[in-house]
Ligand binder design. Structure first.
Ligand code: BTN
Length: 254
């Protein structure tokens, strides 16, 4: 473990060789002891890396960034909890923009990060609530650095090395933490509106017509993203007007 720059996120980094999942590891550790906010755990490999919607997150040892951090965003009102997800997505996208100048980096709702329309990073946030207050949030981040997924993925994927040689994944963790920290500080200082606006400015397909699928019925439809509501739902204007969709209710059709 070593101390590095960054106000909250990444003040301390615990580097593990192998673990089941950095999110699960932090969850277990939190059950046993209290951890300072912004404690980061990284792993060279995960035997049970998890993604959104129950997906598996695979990575060959040492190739990619696999990290989680614990945050205590009790300051966030219940109806503004998605702001944390926005802030973390902005942290990762800001970091990637810095590494890949001139490349198009976008956030695909809710918090996938695309470079030139290919998924390079995913974020898995797991919240523990106590009386409607966010007791803790474990933010897990995977970034494909030197390897993209071996199997077919729901969305075309890429790794940073497809665009530019960036060296070892582990070296990128401290600067990534600085970007996450910057955006978390903004959120903590009450700047939720600027986070929201910046998120929309970086949102993939914002105000553009796209094809979507209802994952339950398999029906597809056309619409244009008009915004995100306080609950983090995607607002899409289709033929029958504007509707708010949760993660289980809509998917982009690629
Ligand atoms: C997604 O499906 O897009 C989210 C992927 C999140 C993967 C990261 S890797 C580090 C952390 N530990 C996990 O088990 N998952 C997250």
């Amino acid at each position: 473990m070593k101390a590095i720059g960054g106000k909250i996120i990444g003040r301390e980094i615990e580097a593990l060789g192998s673990v089941d999942s950095t999110n699960d590891y932090l969850q277990r550790k939190l059950a046993e002891e209290s951890l300072p906010e912004g404690w980061v755990v990284t792993a060279g490999e995960q035997s049970k890396g998890r993604g959104q919607r129950g997906a598996v997150w695979h990575s060959t040892p040492g190739k990619n960034i696999l990290m989680s951090t614990v945050l205590y965003p009790a300051f966030l009102p219940v109806d503004k909890q998605f702001s944390l997800s926005m802030a973390m997505a902005l942290g990762v996208s800001g970091f990637l923009k810095g590494i890949l100048p001139g490349r198009e980096v976008k956030i695909k709702w809710p918090n996938d990060i695309l470079v030139e329309e290919k998924k390079v990073s995913g974020i898995l946030i797991e919240n523990s609530l106590q009386a409607n207050i966010l007791k803790n949030s474990i933010v897990g981040i995977g970034i494909n650095v030197n390897e993209k997924p071996l199997a077919d993925t729901a969305w075309p994927a890429a790794c940073l090395a497809d665009f530019k040689g960036v060296g070892k994944a582990a070296h990128l963790i401290p600067p990534l933490c600085d970007f996450l920290d910057l955006n978390y500080s903004k959120l903590k200082s009450g700047n939720t509106e600027s986070i929201h606006n910046e998120y929309l400015a970086n949102l993939y397909a914002f105000q553009e017509e796209r094809n979507f699928i209802d994952p339950v019925t398999g029906e597809d439809f056309t619409g244009s993203i008009t915004g995100i509501d306080d609950f983090g739902r995607l607002l899409v204007k289709g033929l029958n007007g504007e509707k708010a969709y949760s993660l289980k209710e809509i998917q982009f059709r690629k």
